[in-house]
Design a binder for this molecule. Structure first.
Ligand code: HEM
Length: 504
């Protein structure tokens, strides 16, 4: 048989081709390989969930970010979760790639509680959300409307001051409980025109709201490891979700039906959130009207978004000034100097209180009520500063860590309202080192409403009373621990001694 001899030239050409093909394959492969953000090592099935062990996830994530950087990719079970811990990366999410990250993930508790996410805060980014958001921004929470509720704020602040007067002197007052009723009553009256604590129905609603806040703070394992979804049925969480959602719906339905009956007779003037929403619900114009679930979801948003957050901010602000007596003195000096003998505080007075505003900003820097804000979701694959992020990644922005970032703040652990006096930094969502209200197109629409109530109440409290920590506790020994949950309250109630100021 004739031997087969390959021409050396042809052999070299063939070998070169094979080599070129391999090199091209390798380079295509490596360009397909994604550049992911740094990740701590994870375990099979649970991913990084075991690293959130302390019950205060914002603290655990802050510690992890110190090791792995301000943009980290974690896995909660099978769900990729991007953790953002610097102002620079928060700006990337909320400005540079705002539309990509304008979606929200839909966890089981949210779907069950908030009418399948037909509200504003959880609805998917798109036309429906845009319509609902414009109702909230333009009709419920615009400046004019917020101003129109000033009597409610003043009356509720006066009511709290009276309660403190009754128990002041030697008996400590429970400011945590008082701030909770203040925010419930201001929101309740703005939403329905009456205090919820005055009726049986209202009290049921407040109880159910407390359950709802607790349930929203529980990590539901089935959201992250779908085949373990049955655990919710066994440990009773699913039943609690169903019962609470039913209770809230019953109250909202009965309030709506009563209002619809009254409206036929009295023709109310559309002053409160519910009346405004009912007018839109009754409007039969296509693309204007909203359905019943959207109406109820939006009312719920106002309560979930506005009650706990306002009372928590007040709790932390008073805690900080009680343990910093020089700040308290400086604040009282400013407020009393501006108000002198005036019987009432006006919006113009508040605008002159620069130190008061600085105190609230400083408290929100160190204690954002929602330390991880409200989660976002990547709608498509995107590159963030060279890192590849896949569609479907949940995004958590650690506002608590950002408020303590040495890159943005000098001596971040210190409570120093003075840092804001000659600074234009505000919490309106444009300065990413201070984002307790989030930012970008899904940023909080309730900032003006919240700030108006908190500023007025704080001014009233430091004007009318001199304050001390209860039970002889020294400022340096004062317990500032946090309790777990979606909104992070004080772990122990804030007790303080108030003595009426001789000047008022
Ligand atoms: C101290 C008080 C408050 C704090 C700290 C706060 C914080 C927040 C945060 C962090 C978000 C998510 C922002 C983002 O994703 O970038 C948010 C959204 C929202 N907040 Fe607030 N909030 C407060 C008061 C209020 C009030 C008083 C209302 C209504 C009366 C309200 C209604 C809403 C709504 C409807 C959204 C959803 C916006 C959307 O997804 O388009 N909030 N809030």
């Amino acid at each position: 048989m004739e031997e087969f001899h390959l021409n050396p030239l042809i052999l070299t050409a063939l070998l070169s081709l094979v080599l070129l093909w391999s090199i091209t394959r390798i380079s295509i492969k490596s360009s397909n390989k994604k550049k992911l953000p740094p990740s701590p090592p994870k375990l099979p099935i649970i991913g990084n969930l075991h690293q959130l062990g302390s019950s205060l996830p914002h603290c655990d994530l802050h510690s992890l970010a110190k090791k792995h950087g301000p943009l980290m990719l974690l896995h909660f079970g099978s769900v990729p979760v991007l953790i953002v811990s610097s102002a620079e990366f928060a700006r990337e999410i909320m400005v540079t790639h705002d539309t990509t990250f304008a979606n929200r993930p839909h966890f089981k508790a949210m779907m069950k509680m908030v009418y399948g996410c037909r509200d504003v805060s959880l609805s998917p980014y798109g036309e429906y959300w845009r319509r609902m958001r414009s109702i909230v921004v333009l009709q419920l929470l615009c400046n004019k409307r917020v101003q129109s509720y000033s009597t409610i704020r003043k009356e509720e602040a006066a009511c709290l001051v009276n309660k403190i007067r009754e128990s002041s002197g030697t008996t400590p007052v429970d400011l945590s409980a008082m701030f909770e009723s203040f925010s419930n009553d201001v929101i309740g009256r703005s939403a329905f025109g009456g205090k919820l604590s005055d009726s049986e129905n209202g009290k049921n609603f407040l109880d159910a709201m407390a359950d709802l806040m607790e349930l929203l703070g529980i990590i539901n394992i089935g959201d992250f490891i779908p085949w373990l979804g049955w655990i919710g049925r066994v440990n009773g969480v699913d039943k609690r979700l169903d019962d609470t959602a039913k209770k809230i719906d019953q109250v909202l339905e009965s309030v709506i039906q009563e209002r619809l009956r009254e409206k036929g007779v009295k023709d109310k003037n559309g002053e409160y959130f519910l009346d405004i929403l009912l007018d839109i619900y009754n409007d039969k114009t296509p693309d204007v009207s909203i359905d019943r679930d959207s109406l109820k979801g939006t009312i719920l948003d106002v309560f979930v978004g506005g009650t706990d957050t306002i009372s928590t901010t007040m709790e932390w602000t008073m805690s900080e000034i009680l343990r910093h007596p020089t700040v308290m003195e400086k604040l009282q000096h400013e407020v009393r100097g501006i108000l002198k003998q005036k019987p009432e505080i006006t919006d113009d007075d508040i605008q002159k209180m620069h130190y008061l505003k600085a105190v609230i900003k400083e408290a929100m820097r160190l204690h954002p009520p929602l330390p991880l804000l409200v989660p976002r979701l990547a709608s498509k694959d995107v590159q963030v500063k060279g890192f590849d992020i896949s569609a479907g990644t949940v995004v958590m922005i650690n506002a608590w860590a950002i408020g303590r970032d040495l890159v943005s703040w000098v001596e971040p652990e210190k409570f120093m309202p003075e840092r804001f006096l000659n600074s234009s930094i505000d919490f309106k969502g444009l300065d990413f080192e201070l984002i307790p209200f989030g930012g970008g197109r899904r940023g909080c629409p309730g900032i003006t409403f919240a700030a108006a109530g908190m500023e007025l109440l704080l001014a009233d409290l430091v004007r009318k009373f001199d304050w001390k920590l209860a039970n002889g506790v020294e400022p340096k020994d004062f317990d500032m621990s946090e309790s777990p949950g979606m909104t992070v309250h004080r772990a122990v109630p804030l007790l303080a001694l108030a003595s009426p100021s001789p000047a008022t």
